[in-house]
Design a protein around this ligand. Sequence first.
Ligand SMILES: O=C1C[C@@](O)(C(=O)O)C[C@@H](O)[C@@H]1O
Length: 202
Amino acid sequence: MAACDLLEVRLDLLEHPETRPWAHLSGLPILFTARRGDEGGAGDLSPERRSQLLESVLEEAALIDVELVSAGEMAGVLEKSAALGVPWVASWHDFEGRADSFGKIPAMAEQAATAGAACFKAAVRLHHMADLAKLAGLLTQPLPLPLSLMGMGRLAPVSRLLCAQYGSVLNYGYLGDAPTAPGQWSAGLLKAAVSASEIGLT
Ligand SMILES: O=C1C[C@@](O)(C(=O)O)C[C@@H](O)[C@@H]1O
């Protein structure tokens, strides 16, 4: 079993993205991300630089990730990706885990759908067991687009299995030896664990 079904290339983490260091990984669809600094990106790249990075890979992208709050400042690249039929994952990250984050997610998902996103993704640091239920519970609400939800921190691993069981799409794990978020599973382990825990919850 391959370790993953889709690869995410974090353009903001690459020293020399123009050398296309992902080129040898042919055969798998690629999601390209150029993360903004205040949502976990490296180098605090400007919206112009992030747009330029994404525009340079649109022809080979299966999907692109742009933070919901960057939709306005990166409208140009979103228009180009839409014209090419490349879907947009609208994302949002809360590394602190603020108490009001769970309640904000449905409205952000609605906003993402209206703005043309194919999926809304939120990663939130979890502090308490009750946070697990709040996060996975969002997947039982009717919303106009698929959700990709995951926890960060000590409860991240269990949250990622729970959310996958409740229908979260795009479940992230790392390749190599460096997680890109606190509490991320390795991709191979996550895929095996999700497969082993497919018990048909709705
Ligand atoms: O947004 C996400 C999700 C993520 O932050 C995670 O929590 O696994 C990992 C990032 O690489 C990715 O861009």
